[in-house]
Ligand binder design. Structure first.
Ligand code: SF4
Length: 401
């Protein structure tokens, strides 16, 4: 099982990819693939820079021909993140990409012909100190495995296909390997990766292939990738959407954050509203979300619509807002710090948020926001109705429940 909030399974083999580490307990890496023509250096670099701006840490480019590999040195030089060369069939492209300085090659040795060619690629990668990613895709399974399995892509078949490729590299003494097994069927993808992890310490690159358009594709990816991450499986992820690649990065980060595997900014928890709502919750949550834009601290922020369940729900949040009838509360780590009229709620929240951020930066936050959630005392809900000291702004709540 995963050993720490921000680390992958430390028992998995550690692989260096440029300045990044995949596996060995390192944080799960977010990656994507350019949709540009690699021969167009400017367009490719522009897209890479947009991806990096969105949070991409490793970027893959297609290298279908010699012109594409000729473009690689400039791309590698200016990318700002490690670049992976995706080679289809020709081992010469792999050799050219390695000479161009890529940080990783994605190639299936079974596709490039003789063992001599495999050896040439392995030797070049070994000399350059870069890893090779093997990829098994449900759409391009080996024919003999498909026929044996009556043309059904099975988890066992995918793992067998991956192990065959691994053996071709290991036969040459090469160990710096990452494996991906991607399927369009979520259950098959999840089962294949679980099966592989039971057999091998090779790092796994997770993804649902051809997941679809942004809405459904994001959910499908979240279920497939997320369920594996929750089991401590997966060292790097790519969300594959029919969309601009930048959108994949946002979804990938949401998956990491929702699974608690990694966090890069605040997590906003907001109530779904119900008949007890006493405040314009949609607007309040949207405004709080705006205030959180640009905050790069992993806070837990909660926005709740009433005093019935709200105070309890915000108890373990670093900062929370609870709406009431014309008034609201600001709660910090279980303690009510302000009771204010609704009109002042956002401004008061902003001031308190700034204080929380300043404390975090000074390192005086008791480690709460670094994944070490501490117990906090329960909010005294009665204080919502009867403040200990007379308070002209106290909430005037009806009994609810
Ligand atoms: Fe309903 Fe209050 Fe819960 Fe929001 S916090 S869903 S308003 S009970």
């Amino acid at each position: 099982m995963r050993q720490g909030l921000y680390g992958s399974d430390p028992r998995v083999r550690a692989i260096r990819v440029g300045a990044l580490t995949i596996g060995g307990g390192a944080p799960v890496v977010v990656q994507s693939m350019c949709s540009t023509d690699t021969r167009d250096v400017r367009a490719t670099l522009d897209q890479i820079h947009r991806l990096v701006g969105a949070g991409c840490e490793l970027v893959r480019v297609a290298v279908p021909d010699a012109k594409a590999s000729a473009a690689l040195p400039a791309i590698v030089r200016e990318a700002g993140v490690p670049v992976v060369a995706d080679i289809h069939f020709h081992y010469r492209r792999a050799l050219e990409a390695i000479r161009a300085g890529v940080a990783k090659v994605r190639i299936n040795p079974g596709n490039i012909g003789s063992q001599e060619r495999v050896k040439a690629v392995v030797d070049a990668a070994g000399t350059a100190g870069i890893p090779i990613r093997i990829g098994v895709n449900s759409g391009s399974m080996p024919q003999d495995i498909l026929e044996r399995d009556q043309f059904i892509v099975t988890p066992e078949g995918m793992v067998e296909a991956a192990q065959r490729e691994v053996e071709l590299l290991e036969r040459e003494g090469f160990q710096d390997i990452v494996v991906s097994m991607k399927a369009t069927d979520t259950k098959t993808m999840v089962a294949a990766n679980r099966l592989f992890r039971n057999q091998s310490d090779i790092p796994l690159h997770l993804g649902i292939t051809e997941a679809g358009l942004v809405g459904y594709g994001s959910i499908k990816s979240a279920i497939g990738i997320g369920s594996l991450l929750l089991q401590g499986i997966g060292e790097t992820i790519r969300v594959s959407l029919t969309a601009e690649p930048e959108e994949e990065i946002g979804v990938a980060w949401w998956i990491l954050e929702a699974t608690g595997v990694r966090r890069r900014g605040p997590e906003l928890v907001a109530c779904p509203t119900c008949g007890r709502i006493e405040i314009d919750m949609m607007n309040l949550a949207a405004e709080v979300e705006k205030l959180l834009k640009g905050v790069d601290i992993p806070l837990k922020v909660a926005v709740m619509g009433c005093v019935v369940n709200g105070p309890g729900e915000v108890r373990d949040a670093d900062i929370g807002v609870v709406g009431g009838k014309g008034k609201g509360l600001i709660i910090r780590r279980g303690e009510i710090v302000h009771t204010v009229p609704e009109a002042d709620l956002l401004l008061t929240f902003k001031k308190e948020l700034d204080k929380v951020c300043a404390e975090y930066r000074r390192g005086s936050d008791n480690g709460l926001n670094r994944g070490e959630r501490r117990r906090v005392s329960p909010v005294n809900r009665s204080s919502l109705k009867k403040p200990a000291t007379p308070n002209p702004t106290a909430l005037d709540q009806d009994e609810a429940e």
